[in-house]
Write a protein that binds this ligand. Structure first.
Ligand code: ADP
Ligand code: ADP
Ligand code: MG
Ligand code: MG
Length: 603
């Protein structure tokens, strides 16, 4: 038995511009019943009771606004929340446990933030009855006999203190315009300000006004504010956005310490290495972004992340994606490179009043993707801008024989109009190139975005548009600054693979800055490593062989990686563990197990 779910995207449904195809062509309507109607609010309304699941409306809607999905009947009993008629619904809830860190992972738009707001008591779940006022009593009755009942009894009674680090840290400056120090002092219920500030390296930000903080500083201030509250449950919604690898590590240590102190912790995260490292358990939310999300059972971190990448949940016996997101590892130094330089630069110096960058000279060769790693504020963006011709070096020369397509780190959408109009006006064409269609447009589901207004897009959606717009240009060098920011794990893999494939197939080159090391690993052939003192001076290495680059970088960070025996997925070693010490001794920080992995040919 199935139950029907109809979802109409309010932003996409444009009943004034279409020919009301859904209403005219619905066979139930033709038979004289009212399955799809147009109420006064001008957004099509689909009756889930009358709908026969033929899919005709989905097909005929010129704006891709309707989704009809068939879910198993049993799920109906597990509906926790539905925002409104024909809108997003969440099934089941994550579990939290004292003294442990549970991770929550899934695509953008499957309900992770919704689940967190419910756990925090900020959103009273309506069990699908969006027409009446939801109450905790109704919800508690539903929970009878379930693990989370006690949690919500305390929430309802106001006895459970919850601290939530919200996803949207960019809203913080609107709420607090004064000094960071005053904000943290206000939040500090535990008397732990010095300890937390030190753990997150926030000493330098205390005197700054919150609106003047950089993205990474803002994120860590938000994490600090959440950690300083005295709570029983701590919820961290995407704490690694804007942060570099060091900062991600510092945040993980703080999260681990919070759990060790006996608190329950839940983390939403898209960086798999970080998620794996920081959590004890993982729950996957799967479903259809924007339509519905189902929270899986509790898995060990390793099994949960493998299941996510696999697209198959063993406990539930559910395949939620028809293909695995595989690593298809390329051993370091395996790729054949051309010697032909598309761009080359001499030693470069760039001086700002309070910052200076020194870069060794190098080449960007044809068919090669150069990855760039390093802490924040070491001049990576400055370097990329110099390559892209957006900034002039103080000393040194860049020779780029041809055009550079550049995607900046910070995206803004001042463009007034739809995504489609944006592509037309910035590219002069649509997105019809076959390789672009196949590798990016279709897997990133760009069609769904085309009719949306640019200034309504979420961070992840804007990132996808910017990446596609950059890769759609005809250029010799593609320069992408932090493309994985705000993308979910599936889109990260899509982008990393697509960029690699397209650049090679077109015989072009690329230079890509990113903090998700798995993305860097998949996308790049060579690596450039930035070192130095953040905000003061940066030094950039010449392009290195990938293995040398990773070793150089991870030695600075102090992390080693092993490979998951089943999937080849890189996993961070516990610092000080036997493997960690052995690998450090051998100087094999990243590409170790891949070479030592047992294979029949290895002999
Ligand atoms: P995630 O955190 O996994 O990206 P969210 O929980 O933020 O997902 O959102 C899940 C879905 O619910 C999205 O389609 C979003 O547009 C929708 N949604 C979120 N908040 C509301 C709301 N207040 N009213 C209606 N829809 C909402
Ligand atoms: P990264 O991308 O590695 O985080 P950036 O290149 O953005 O680093 O910045 C490096 C340093 O240079 C930072 O301290 C930043 O404040 C400073 N900086 C960047 N652009 C300018 C500028 N236009 N004027 C003055 N200082 C700048
Ligand atoms: Mg979210
Ligand atoms: Mg930068």
């Amino acid at each position: 038995m199935v139950h029907r779910v109809a979802v109409v995207d309010e932003d996409l449904c444009q009943s004034k511009k279409c020919g009301l195809e859904c209403i005219k062509d619905c066979p139930v309507n033709i038979n004289g019943e009212q399955c799809i109607v147009l109420p006064a609010n001008k957004v099509a309304l689909v009756s889930e009771e009358l709908c026969i699941g033929c899919g005709i409306c989905v097909k005929v809607c010129p704006f891709d606004a309707i989704d009809i999905l068939n879910l198993s009947e049993e799920l109906k009993a597990d509906k926790v929340h539905q925002y409104g008629v024909n809108s997003f619904r969440l099934f089941r809830l994550p579990i939290v446990r004292r003294g442990q860190v549970v991770g929550l992972v899934g695509r953008n738009g499957v309900g992770k933030s919704t689940a967190l707001r419910i756990l925090a008591g900020q959103l009273v779940p309506n069990l699908g009855d969006y027409e009446s006022e939801p109450t905790w009593d109704k919800f508690l009755a539903y929970l009878s006999g379930r693990e989370m009942k006690e949690h919500f009894e305390k929430i309802a009674d106001g006895e459970l203190r919850v601290s939530l680090k919200p996803q949207a840290v960019y809203k913080l400056p609107e709420a607090w315009k004064r000094e960071t120090k005053l904000l943290l002092e206000r939040m500090d219920e535990r008397g732990a300000i010095r300890e937390v500030v030190e753990a997150l390296n926030l000493e330098g930000t205390l005197g700054k006004l919150v609106p003047d903080l950089s993205g990474g500083e803002l994120q860590r201030v938000a994490v600090a504010a959440a950690a300083l509250k005295d709570a029983d449950l701590y919820l961290f919604d995407e704490p690694s956005s804007y942060n570099d690898v060091y900062q991600r590590l510092a945040v993980s240590k703080l999260i681990a310490r919070t759990a060790e102190a006996g608190k329950a912790v839940l983390v939403v995260e898209h960086d798999m290495a970080f998620l794996d490292y920081v959590t004890d358990y993982v729950q996957v939310i799967y479903g259809e972004p924007g339509a519905y999300g189902i929270v899986s059972g509790l898995y060990s971190s390793r099994t949960g992340i493998n299941a996510l990448l696999d697209g198959y949940l063993p406990q539930e016996n559910i395949r939620f994606r028809d293909h695995a997101v595989s690593f298809g590892q390329r051993a370091a130094g395996e790729t054949v490179e051309s010697e032909e330089a598309i761009a080359s630069y001499t030693a470069i110096r760039k001086s700002y009043p309070s910052f200076k960058l020194e870069a060794e000279g190098g080449d960007i060769t044809k068919g090669t993707i150069l990855g760039v790693v390093g802490a924040n504020a070491l001049g990576k963006t400055t370097f990329l801008k110099i390559i892209a011709g957006e900034e002039k070096p103080t000393r040194g020369k860049v020779k780029v024989g041809a055009k550079v397509a550049y995607k900046p780190q910070y995206l803004s959408s001042s463009f007034k109009g739809t995504v489609d109009e944006f592509f037309m006006s910035s590219l002069g064409t649509g997105l019809s190139e076959p390789d672009l269609q196949e590798s990016l447009v279709s897997p990133l589901r760009m069609e769904k975005l085309l009719a949306r207004q640019m200034d309504d897009l979420s961070g992840g959606e804007l990132q996808k548009v910017a990446i596609v717009a950059t890769m759609a240009r005809s250029a010799e060098v593609y320069a992408l600054d932090e493309p994985s920011a705000f993308l979910d794990v599936e889109d990260r893999f899509v982008v990393a693979r697509a960029v690699n494939k397209m650049v090679k197939a077109r015989g072009k080159s690329a230079i890509i800055i990113d903090h998700d090391l798995q993305v860097v690993d998949i996308v790049s052939d060579r690596l450039m490593v930035f070192s130095g003192e953040p905000g003061v001076s940066g030094a950039a290495s010449k392009p290195l062989a990938k293995e040398d680059g990773m070793n150089l970088f991870l030695r600075q960070v102090g992390l080693t990686y092993r490979r998951d025996v089943n999937t080849g997925r890189p996993r961070v070693n516990k610092p000080g563990s036997k493997l960690d010490r052995e690998q450090k001794e051998r100087g094999e920080y990243y590409y170790v197990a891949s070479r030592r992995e047992e294979s029949p040919e290895a002999g």
